[in-house]
Design a protein. Structure first.
Lengths: 285, 294, 449
């Protein structure tokens, strides 16, 4: 149809063309400080072979897995808990439903700044409070054991409202009758949750988890502002590593190979979402 | 999760006349406990946000103080406005608005065509849209950065506007398609009988009927563009740098001027907080674009 | 093609400016009669430098430049690592976003070698653009040398020769313990142990740019970054000497440093010095001198020395930074006006007199009568310290730093030391990892071993 064509052409030009360019670049050793590396396809697989021998890349993938699993788990728990708490119509909880959306809509860079204040020992109200009650907390973002957890905490803080919102929507869709039936049977709170509510919201939780899993692979502003990938490389996740390789060291070919691999991973997850989204058919919408 | 069991024990609609009076007393208590827990949760969660807001109006000599009884000052905002931040803020506004407008211009007709077209094609396009929503920004920044060096779009507003279309256009197509689905066909058919062509029907009937959806979509596009940091960091330097990038510049200045940083962050946060409250109900749809069926 | 046309236009404008330029350069402010002829009036220059004291002072004097020339300046001074990353990226695009950029010491070879800066000879040798008494020969030879290419063309006008020194903000605490300024690594360790947490202040800090401050320790123990720079660039980061040096520095920071020691960038170490929050540090001369400024809490208690010597000698970090004009700039003649102004004898003299600036790059100012007196800090002769440290450059120990792949090694060294100091890894393991990574990075950058 006539209306469709312009948009599709534009969309193709700004998504498919760059993707193709990215892939082609990943087959070259492109380095802007070395002329002649731009379209050098003499060893198209070198970058990809290099990846498997690059300890830093493998470490970054490990940190990435750690970050993703931890933050998705925390968000689901937090979001689910908040949703269950707010699933009732009182003025205060209506207010809560709106107010708790704030972390999610803030610009990620602002989130980084809020938490930079919280994590800088000598100015943080949190650190000063803990020291005042006699339980000083060590600096988190410069400690290799805690730095990644510090990022996990902030990312979960930022995104638990997403799960909360979707779960709340799912809870609204649950029909009255099974709840009534369970109550008449004398179900306690846990049983009610486990056997009545949970089956209804489980598909939503899966979709939430996958969406957030994908977004966690792109984590950048928080790491950029809070730790710059450090200390050492304790928070250098794959995305950040690719950024450093390209934008700090001008190893564009290599970074493109990393990015291509990330895209491939993400496509697999997207495909799963698409299948699941089709099955659960709008319940979480 | 103090309120979990409480919330579970009570369905949404509290019966008007509870059968057992004692339970009803307990319920009323539970309601109060749940409300209190909600307030505590909101305070705890929003604490970092509120803390920064108050820092932005606290005088410099007491910038890290706890005392709430201070004399608020706008000096940090004044300093910001006289510096280069104002220019970046304007860049942010111009770029976000332009990208939103372009996305609507291209995306709305496409969404309409799609909603009136065949199902098979729609599924393929949905998958494509999902893919653009999911793709890591680094995969776009590398080719865009390399291409912009050649065509001279580095550090220009146009360059950033185009990049933001990568996610905005997909979002518009997805959201508007859903809204057009909701327009009753009967009304369109009535327009055809009156002699309107397809696109006239679109302009006179379907589009006005979808106006609230259009507004929500526009706001979402604006928020997404406004919040971007990564593309702006990589593709701008001085002329087109946006407000989020300008804030990061402050962080790296000597002396850590927290008052200024707080004020700048507040200016960047407030518009999105206000706007997102306006489109609260559409947030889910926008954030999961392509992933859930309409 | 556009660029060429713009340059040609610029040449004409510059020619027109020539008659008035010397007058305001000498006077510092535009004399009234010069107001009429401001050939670059209305131009806006984008200038960036990393946040150093000199860069800050220039920011304070900028309104005078604008008043004198009508050139507006958008001026940006991010922290050192951010500056380098941005400048490197921007230069690699040969874009026109910046008109004047600092040529960072560790990038001299990379940036100049890749042809990303404009040769300044045509400006320097053109008497219409540069009066004879601006006198480029006056700049310290050591600071100009890294800014030349193989053919001897000059790409940068140096504004600082940075040297690492030792400084104690609270020398009174050392003296109470019967100690002087530490002169060797052994004395340093003993002194830090003696003064740690005396008067509630931690003893020791260095900035977390370990690729800069760790090297004097590395070389002091007999190690180096590469086997034999600049000819043999095989990294030697996992040598026994390197492990010893890393363990030494890590011990100082872990046992005698403040909490969050690896979170201290140069801004924070400098602030810690001025406020007396950490007693002793190894830092750049230029960052130690502000201890004499009003507002400093250590004006009456500071003392300084050459950087301590290790068993194998004394190897202070010595680096120069210079203003250069990126090849992509569309306003080169105006950019040159800025460089000329910012490094004029007149302005440098005023910085010395008005701001107590001491890390000057002009011999005539360094040797001028009265200079030493003005740059004293708490009675200490900072100029002599500067000259003595610069003299050590003759050992040639800084050659490792001007090879074009040093930035990669620098990143690896900094990360390796972070891992060691934070306790994430032992020195041997961390340095072995740095060694492997550096070899990999150098290979990727096209070095063959």
């Amino acid at each position: 149809m006539l209306g469709l064509a312009p948009a599709l052409i534009v969309l193709a030009a700004i998504t498919i063309a760059p993707a193709g360019y990215l892939f082609l670049t990943s087959l070259t050793p492109l380095n802007l400080t070395m002329p002649g590396t731009a379209w050098d396809f003499s060893g198209p697989h070198y970058n990809y072979l290099d990846l498997w021998e690059d300890e830093r890349f493998l470490r970054s993938a490990w940190f990435q897995a750690h970050l993703s699993v931890a933050t998705v788990a925390l968000q689901l728990l937090g979001g689910l808990g908040a949703a269950l708490l707010l699933n009732r119509d009182t003025p205060i909880r209506r207010f809560g439903r709106s107010a708790l959306l704030v972390p999610m809509v803030l610009p990620p860079i602002a989130v980084g700044i809020l938490w930079r204040v919280m994590y800088t020992v000598d100015i943080s109200p949190f650190h000063r409070f803990m020291a005042w009650i006699g339980l000083p907390v060590p600096p988190l973002t410069t400690d290799p054991d805690f730095a990644l957890w510090a990022i996990v905490l902030v990312d979960s803080w930022e995104w638990f409202p997403f799960t909360m919102l979707l779960v709340l929507a799912a809870l609204q869709m649950i029909p009255e009758s099974p709840i009534e039936a369970a109550r008449i049977d004398g179900a306690n709170g846990w049983q009610m949750f486990r056997y009545v509510l949970f089956p209804y919201i489980a598909p939503t939780l899966v979709v939430c988890a996958l969406f957030r899993l994908i977004d966690s692979i792109k984590a950048f502003p928080l790491i950029y502002v809070l730790t710059s990938g450090g200390p050492g490389d304790a928070t250098t996740v794959t995305n950040y590593y690719a950024f450093v390789q390209a934008f700090n060291f001008s190893l564009w070919g290599y970074a493109s190979a990393i990015a291509t691999l990330m895209v491939a991973t993400i496509f697999v997850i997207s495909w799963i979402i698409d299948r699941l989204g089709g099955n659960s058919d709008g319940r979480h919408d | 999760m103090a309120g979990t069991t409480e919330a579970l024990a009570i369905p949404r609609a509290v019966p008007a006349a509870p059968p057992r009076a004692r339970l009803s007393v307990l319920r009323r208590h539970r309601r109060a406990i749940g409300d209190a827990a909600t307030l505590v949760l909101v305070l705890v969660v929003l604490f970092p946000f509120l803390w920064l807001l108050q820092m932005s109006i606290r005088p410099n000599d007491d910038i890290f103080g706890y005392d709430l009884a201070f004399t608020p000052t706008l000096e940090h905002y004044g300093v910001l406005w006289r510096g280069t931040f104002a220019g970046s803020f304007v860049n942010s506004v111009v770029i976000s608005l332009s990208s939103t407008a372009l996305a609507l211009l291209f995306g709305t007709p496409a969404a309409y065509a799609l909603s009136r077209g065949g199902f098979r094609r729609r599924r393929g396009i949905a998958l494509w849209i999902l893919a653009t929503r999911m793709a890591p920004p680094i995969a776009f920044t590398i080719p865009f950065f390399l291409a912009y060096r050649w065509i001279g779009l580095q550090d220009t507003q146009i360059g950033l506007i185009i990049v933001y279309l990568t996610f905005n256009l997909a979002l518009v197509i997805w959201m508007m398609q859903g809204f057009f689905e909701g327009v009753p066909r009967a009304l369109e058919e009535a327009a055809w009988i009156d002699g309107c062509g397809v696109w006239q029907t679109f302009l006179r009937v379907s589009l006005p009927l979808s106006a609230p959806g259009l507004a929500a979509t526009a706001v979402l596009c604006f928020i997404l563009s406004w919040n971007d940091f990564f593309f702006a960091l990589v593709l701008t330097r001085t002329n087109a740098s946006t407000a989020p990038v300008a804030i990061v510049n402050f962080i790296q200045y000597t002396g850590w001027e927290w008052g200024r940083i707080a004020a700048a962050a507040t200016l960047v946060m407030l518009p999105v907080v206000v706007f997102s409250m306006l489109v609260r109900n559409y947030l889910v749809k926008g954030l999961t674009a392509g992933g859930t069926k309409e | 093609m556009d660029g060429k046309a713009a340059t040609r236009r610029g040449v004409l404008q510059a020619g027109a400016a020539a008659a008035t330029a010397p007058a305001w350069l000498l006077a510092g402010k535009a004399p009234a009669y010069a107001q009429a002829a401001k050939p670059f009036a209305g131009t806006t220059l984008n200038i960036s430098c990393w946040a150093s004291p000199y860069a800050r002072f220039i920011g304070e004097y900028l309104p005078e430049f604008t008043e004198a020339t009508g050139i507006r300046v958008t001026y940006d001074t991010p922290g050192f690592p951010i500056y380098n990353q941005r400048a490197d990226l921007e230069l690699s695009t040969k874009g026109s976003a910046y008109d004047v950029l600092n040529i960072t010491f560790i990038f001299t070879s990379r940036w100049i070698g890749a042809g990303w800066f404009t040769p300044l000879d045509e400006f320097l040798n053109d008497r219409n653009r540069t009066p004879a008494d601006w006198d480029f020969a006056d700049f310290l030879e050591g600071s100009v040398r890294p800014m030349k290419d193989r053919q001897g063309r000059i790409y940068g006008a140096p504004w600082v020769a940075d040297v690492l020194c030792g400084g104690s903000g609270r020398f009174d605490v050392l003296r109470q313990q019967g100690l002087g300024m530490p002169d060797t690594f052994a004395e340093l360790e003993r002194a830090m142990a003696a003064i740690h947490m005396k008067d509630d202040i931690p003893a020791f800090i260095v900035e977390n740019h370990y690729g800069w401050v760790f090297i004097p320790f590395l070389q002091g123990f007999g190690g180096n970054v590469f086997r034999n720079p600049p000819d043999d660039l095989f990294p030697t980061l996992d040598s026994a000497e390197a492990v010893e040096a890393a363990e030494f520095l890590a011990k100082l920071l872990r046992q005698y440093g403040p909490p969050q020691a690896i979170g201290y960038n140069v801004d924070q170490t400098t602030l810690a010095f001025r406020t007396g929050r950490v007693n002793y540090q190894v830092n750049n001369h230029a960052f130690l001198v502000p201890a004499s400024e009003p507002g400093s809490r250590v004006r009456g208690t500071a003392n300084f020395s050459l950087i301590p010597a290790g068993p194998k000698g004394r190897f202070p970090g010595i680096a120069s930074h210079a203003w250069g004009i990126p090849v992509g700039s569309r306003r080169k003649p105006a950019a040159w006006e800025f460089i000329k102004w910012s490094l004029s004898k007149e302005l440098m003299n005023r910085m010395v007199n008005e701001k107590g600036y001491a890390a000057v790059t002009r011999a005539s100012i360094l040797n001028a009568p009265g200079f030493r007196e003005r740059t004293m800090v708490n009675g200490f002769d900072m100029t002599q310290l500067y000259i003595d440290t610069l003299a050590l450059a003759a050992q040639g120990h800084m050659r490792y730093r001007t090879v074009h792949v040093y930035p990669q090694a620098n990143a690896q060294i900094t990360q390796a030391l972070e891992r060691i100091i934070s306790g994430q890894m032992g020195a041997r393991e961390s340095l072995r990892q740095a060694q492997q990574n550096t070899i990999q990075d150098l290979r990727r950058a096209g070095i063959r071993f």
